[in-house]
Design a protein around this ligand. Structure first.
Ligand SMILES: Cc1cc2nc3c(=O)[nH]c(=O)nc-3n(C[C@H](O)[C@H](O)[C@H](O)COP(=O)(O)OP(=O)(O)OC[C@H]3O[C@@H](n4cnc5c(N)ncnc54)[C@H](O)[C@@H]3O)c2cc1C
Length: 266
C-alpha cells in the first residue's frame, strides 16, 4: 500500500499573531513544528505500514517554503520512506482551495492508495485542505478519524470518526482520504540514528515545472484563490473577571442577574 501523508509546517504556538499593517502572520522568532494532527496521521501511517510488513511505503508531502525541508526530515527521522517538498514562487498567495489543488497535483505525481491529512492546521485553522484535496482527486473521504483499521481482504479501512458526543464507524474502500485527529495515534520520538539518516536522505523538490502538465497557472497562487481576506485581527485578551465570594445562592443569583441586566444581556 502506498500511504501518502500531507504535513504542514506551522509556527509552534496556538496564539498566532498578525501584523496589524500587512495582515500577515508574524513568524519571526517563532520556531516551526509539524502540525499536531499531521504528526498523529504520520504515526498512524508508519504503524500501518509496519503492521502490514509487505513492502508498503509512507511518503510525506509538504507544500511550503524551502525551510519546510526541516519538517520533512523530521518525518523521515520518525520513519517515513520518502519526502517531497512542494515549493515554487508560483505557489505563493495560494488560499486553501489553491493549496489543495497544488498538493493534489503533487499527490498525483507521487502516487497513493491512501492519503492521510491532518484534520486542521493550528495556524490557518480552517480544516478545509483535507476535504478539498479529496475533491480535487475525486476520492471518497472520512474526516475526524480517531481510530483506523485496515481490512486486507476487502482493501478497505474501518474508521472510527469522532462526532460530537458519539462516534461513527465508517467502512471505506481504498483509494481514499482520511483526515486525522491528534487522538488517532501518539507520535513516536525520533531516534538519534534515524535523525542522522534523515539528513543523508534526499528530500525531492516538486516545483511548478514538475507539475505544470497537470497544473493550470490560473488555478494556483493569487489567480487561483477565490478567498478574499476582508479583515484579520488578534482577539483581545480575556480580562481576569470578577470573583463573587461568600454569597448565599439567592445573593449569587441576584448578583449575576444584576450584571446580566446591566449589560443588556437579558
Ligand atoms: C488569500 C490567501 C492567501 C494566502 N497566501 C499564502 C502564502 O502566500 N503563503 C502561505 O504559506 N500561506 C498562504 N495562505 C495560507 C494558506 O492558504 C493556508 O495556510 C493553507 O491553505 C492551509 O490552510 P489551513 O492552514 O487552514 O489548513 P487546514 O485546512 O486546517 O489543514 C488541514 C490539513 O491539510 C494539510 N495541509 C494544509 N496545508 C498544507 C500544506 N501546505 N502542505 C501539505 N499539507 C497541508 C495538513 O495535513 C493539514 O493538517 C493564504 C491564505 C489566503 C486565504
Amino acid at each position: 500500500m502506498r500511504i501518502a501523508v500531507c504535513i504542514k509546517q506551522v509556527p509552534d504556538t496556538a496564539e498566532v499573531r498578525l501584523d496589524p499593517k500587512t495582515n500577515n502572520l508574524i513568524r519571526d522568532g517563532v520556531p516551526s513544528i509539524i502540525n499536531h494532527d499531521d504528526k498523529s496521521g504520520l504515526e498512524a501511517a508508519i504503524s500501518l505500514r509496519d503492521e502490514l510488513n509487505d513492502g508498503s511505503t509512507v511518503t510525506v508531502v509538504c507544500m511550503g517554503p524551502p525551510q519546510a525541508d526541516v519538517a520533512l526530515r523530521e518525518a523521515l527521522a520518525m520513519g517515513a520512506d520518502e519526502a517531497y517538498l512542494v515549493s515554487a514562487r508560483e505557489f505563493g498567495g495560494s488560499d486553501t482551495y489553491a493549496t489543495a489543488t497544488i498538493v493534489g497535483a503533487a499527490l498525483d505525481k507521487v502516487g497513493y492508495d491512501l492519503v492521510i491529512t491532518g484534520r486542521q492546521a493550528i495556524d490557518g485553522d480552517t480544516a478545509q485542505v483535507g476535504p478539498q484535496i479529496a475533491e480535487q482527486l475525486d476520492l471518497p473521504q472520512v474526516t475526524y478519524a480517531e481510530e483506523l483499521k485496515y481490512i486486507k481482504e476487502e482493501n478497505a479501512l474501518i474508521v472510527r470518526r469522532q462526532f460530537e458526543d458519539k462516534a461513527h464507524m465508517v467502512k471505506i474502500k481504498l483509494p481514499c482520504l482520511v483526515t486525522a485527529l491528534a487522538e488517532l495515534a501518539e507520535p513516536r520520538y525520533m531516534k538519534v540514528g534515524k535523525i542522522v539518516d534523515a539528513y543523508n536522505h534526499e528530500v525531492k523538490v516538486l516545483g511548478f515545472d514538475d507539475l505544470k502538465d497537470i497544473l493550470n497557472p490560473d488555478w494556483i497562487g493569487n489567480a487561483g484563490s477565490p478567498t478574499n481576506v476582508v479583515k484579520s485581527f488578534t482577539k483581545p485578551a480575556k480580562t481576569a473577571g470578577v470573583l463573587l465570594k461568600d454569597l448565599t445562592v439567592d445573593q449569587a443569583v441576584e448578583a449575576i442577574m444584576a450584571k446580566l441586566i446591566e449589560r443588556h444581556l437579558i
